[in-house]
Ligand binder design. Sequence first.
Ligand SMILES: C[S@@+](CC[C@H](N)C(=O)[O-])C[C@H]1O[C@@H](n2cnc3c(N)ncnc32)[C@H](O)[C@@H]1O
Length: 263
Amino acid sequence: MTHEVDKSDSHLNKVKEFHDADALRYRTDRYRSDTCEGLAYVTRRAIVLSMASTDPGRVLDVGCGPGILTRDLQQKGHEVYSADLSIEMIREARCAASAAAGSPSSHFVVSDASKICISTHRMDMVLSIGLMCYVKDHRGALSEIRRVLRPGGIAVIQINNIRWPGLYRAFVPIYRRLKTLIGAKRYDGLDFDFNFSSRKKFLDDLVESGFQVLDIEHYDFRVPFVDILLPRLSVRMGKLMFRGRHRRLCRWFSHGLLIKVRK
Ligand SMILES: C[S@@+](CC[C@H](N)C(=O)[O-])C[C@H]1O[C@@H](n2cnc3c(N)ncnc32)[C@H](O)[C@@H]1O
């Protein structure tokens, strides 16, 4: 099912174009354990699957990208609905799903997270992983997640672990520029604003939207600039800090949060 993206919304169109161009390389570029950034994706996937409900049910993976979690969930016996703004990401997700032989049916929707074409109370669980930083109005997306969830349904929502948005906003361009200069990564097409809301604001908005927070996990332990200047050391540190992620000191350095909530 495809819903046209509103052509007058320039933010949405830029985000869509960026991800259309990123779709083919996303899986191999991001999910790898030989870089500290890659480790963040690998460990995030493991935590999401441990937080996800084990009883097979209907699951919406919103902002599904190329369907890495979609496929994992299918293999666990869930009936998965995958939604994404990017048609190229949905194409990749569909290929990944058809490669998962013998899994229950899956459904694909090209749709904006703030207007998902799925009926009310239909889902047992919703995953929103790697999505919120691209969404201008995260409260709109939260209310849509709540709408499609059945009463008592579970959502796992990922956000960036931001304490001071102003500092983050100033720091991120410097970090990206340095990474591009040493040839570690290119950031072409990122000419849109990210949602750099603080974790406090986000957690407050979750509760105001009618969710009960059940659990919070920390991941992505990149010590600023060490991951660029000493990448191998940074991977070792990342693994150590991930193991110690329940300690306060490690949590301080985490860049990502996974929040499990109930409607
Ligand atoms: C970083 S990827 C995450 C992919 C996947 N969830 C994962 O964990 O690997 C973010 C995805 O969110 C999608 N996205 C961004 N803004 C969106 C929106 N407003 N509605 C739906 N999907 C969106 C992008 O197209 C992209 O595929």
